[in-house]
Design a binder for this molecule. Sequence first.
Ligand SMILES: Nc1ncnc2c1ncn2[C@@H]1O[C@H](COP(=O)(O)OP(=O)(O)OP(=O)(O)O)[C@@H](O)[C@H]1O
Length: 579
Amino acid sequence: MRTVFKYYKSYIPLIVGILAFLFGQAMCELALPGYMSDIINNGIVKGDMDYIWKIGMIMILVSCGSVVCSIVSSYLSARTAAGSARKIRGALFDKVTDFSAAELSEFSTASLITRSTNDVQMVQQTTVMTLRLACFAPIMGIGAVIKALRTSVSLSWTVGVALAVIVVIMLMSFFLVLPKFKVLQEKLDRINLIMKERLTGLLVIRAFTTEKTEERRFDDANEELKKINMFVNRAMSFMMPALMFVMNGVSILIIWAGAHLVDSQSLMIGDMLAYLQYAMHVIMSFLYITMMFIMLPRAAVSMQRIGKVLDVEPRIEDPAEPKTLQQPKGEICFDHVSFAYPDADEKTLDDISFTAKPGQTTAIIGSTGSGKSTVLNLIPRFYDVTEGAVKMDGVDIRDITQEELRERIGYVPQKGVLFSGTIASNLQYGKEDATCDEMIEAAETAQAMEFIKTKEHGLDEEVAQGGTNVSGGQKQRLSIARALVKKANVYLFDDSFSALDFKTDQALRKALKEKVGDSTIIIVAQRINTVLDADQIVVMDEGHMAGIGTHEELMKSCEVYKEIALSQLSEEELERGRK
Ligand SMILES: Nc1ncnc2c1ncn2[C@@H]1O[C@H](COP(=O)(O)OP(=O)(O)OP(=O)(O)O)[C@@H](O)[C@H]1O
């Protein structure tokens, strides 16, 4: 919670301003019943028109003052709430962008979206309400009590009765509804989760004709959300009429008791009406305060959910005194590296040691789940090693900043990810100021130019959200081009050629050798064809290194490699492939 409050610090001067205007508004509103009492007692009863005009004009001026104060304080409250909400949303976005894969897996994507939108919205609404009502109500309430007591002490029991009844109603709603608010936000998370899964997996759902099952899954969650919403709304809708009943009841009570006092000439009629208004102010203030007691816990739930994200300390941090790479070349060395995923019982990688040199291609091959992608993910520090060290040019990558490290790396993920925009804007993710020539060169190397040329707008062709309007192979080629635009020292290809046909795969590797041959290239692959020409091949088997060497060396010395090779190609094909 404290984490969220700090985003209000810069709004303290505005909040002081809001309090000043609210005080002005309360003073104006509290003055009005007094003037009304004067008009009745000294003007209407005595038939003094001049007096009525004079006090009437003062009342108009005081009312205008109240309106001005109310408008200014509302404007300032809205500004404070919207501004702080913008800051909180920004902080959430920045925080989540800094999350490593380990922290991302702690929260579901759907929950992170609900927290950044719905929860922030809740906090924003409550901020406005708190600034307007929670600050206004005590000033108004205390002022009205003082004025009411000054007007008539003998009627004060009526307000006492009303307040007691209101407290009972509010407490009942409080304990009934409050626990439901937390559940409400959780159900909203669930709805978002199902909705997101459904939308991203729409084609699979259709292909497996599981629309009905999915609809049922969504309906169940939707029904649960409806039930809680209905419960909360029902409790709330009972509360308002009950409170109106109390207010009307107390008005009758005051008029009834006041009439007796007026009859016995111990109270003037104007004072009775003024008292009625003060009593309404007291009750309304009390209502506002109790309403805040219901709203605040709900906002507190949202604040806690936001705070939980903001309080996460990223596991991957920059060193306090970072080293810099002098003349970086991009040599990557795995020095007895072991790694276990957070919360996993067993190691995924065990004692991995190899060096990938600049100017050479290092391929990593192995069966699915053997740990190839995990090896690759340790290089840009998506995860940190559990034992041993990964070094770049002899420096432990944990001793340099993540920015400097990632600056040197061109990474192509297993699943081609594109962002909505144009082909050019996607390539510029690699280098913000990449020129048209640089983009074309990278696209040519990635064998993407031939299909870009077929597009009506070439590099300016629109890419839909998630790259749904390009094929899997085209997406992979654009992802490769994006990495190449960067002109990095190290290129990491995580099974990035799998969607390419053999001819394109071969042409791409040849172009890579020519264009970025000086860099360190590390390729994770499933296909033996992709790794045949590599300068060294690391063979992974259930998290261990089963062998390292060239294709020829491994065919002689590594059973696991030989098995993979022969399962994909015959001996003659392997021979031919080499030539
Ligand atoms: N985020 C994660 N949390 C926990 N375990 C994981 C995570 N990612 C992968 N693993 C596990 O680590 C092991 C190695 O996974 P990895 O993705 O590195 O294999 P891979 O050789 O690249 O497989 P593939 O060729 O199918 O992509 C697998 O058993 C996998 O279940």
